[in-house]
Ligand binder design. Structure first.
Ligand code: GRF
Length: 197
């Protein structure tokens, strides 16, 4: 399966996905796409001989024209499956509908709790005993698609959002490769069924 990974920043989750693909061979990373030229993850991708594309959303008047260029780039690279990994743009239904069942995301909370931003701060302020991370299918509603898999992290007394984020990130690196593999095998089973119908 030809995989694109979308990033906006440091790309630590992208690295673990690329590594898992190389180790286990369940997908081939054919494109690392960023909406920011300065994403640190792009440098790592280049050093590791992965094709990259940087498409700056600020150069576009609206979300759909940005997404049309993203879509053209995906088609150019014959991408079949997308993993969002710290990609900080909200995608419109125009894009999510055509990738439904072929696009997943990692989110730093135990969904359906805390969609959106500042998840760790919100979990601590709510007095939660645990936090975590989820990998889910991407649908038009932000962080709303079905959860594929999760990892849990205990919230300590006097925890800070940064300290918690660091511990959750460790679990993200463990969770995401496993969840990607599962999502891709679900996708392949569905493809085979469609062919048989
Ligand atoms: C991760 O915490 C991810 O869950 C969130 O953004 C962060 C990205 O980190 N959506 P990285 O770029 O993968 O290092």
């Amino acid at each position: 399966v030809r995989l694109a990974i979308f990033i906006s920043g440091r790309g630590s989750n992208m690295k673990t996905l690329v590594q898992a693909c190389l180790d286990e061979g369940f997908a081939k990373p054919v494109l690392i796409l960023s909406n920011s030229y300065s994403a640190a993850g792009l440098e790592w991708a280049t050093e590791n001989d992965l094709p990259i594309a940087a498409i700056d959303h600020r150069a576009y008047d609206d979300r759909e024209s940005f997404e049309k260029d993203v879509q053209d780039t995906l088609e150019l690279h014959n991408v079949e499956f997308i993993a969002l990994a710290g990609f900080m743009r909200v995608l419109t239904p125009w894009f999510t509908d055509q990738w439904e069942g072929r696009m997943i995301n990692i989110h730093p909370s135990l969904l359906p709790k805390y969609p959106g931003l500042h998840t760790h701060k919100r979990a601590i302020e709510a007095g939660d005993k645990e936090a975590g991370c989820s990998v889910h299918w991407v649908t038009a509603g932000v962080d709303e698609g079905a959860v594929i898999d999760q990892e849990r992290v205990e919230i300590m007394p006097n925890d800070t959002p940064d300290a918690l984020a660091e511990r959750v990130l460790e679990r993200e690196h463990f969770l995401y490769p496993r969840a990607l593999q599962k999502a891709i095998s679900d996708f392949l089973v569905r493809e085979l069924q469609n062919e048989a119908d």
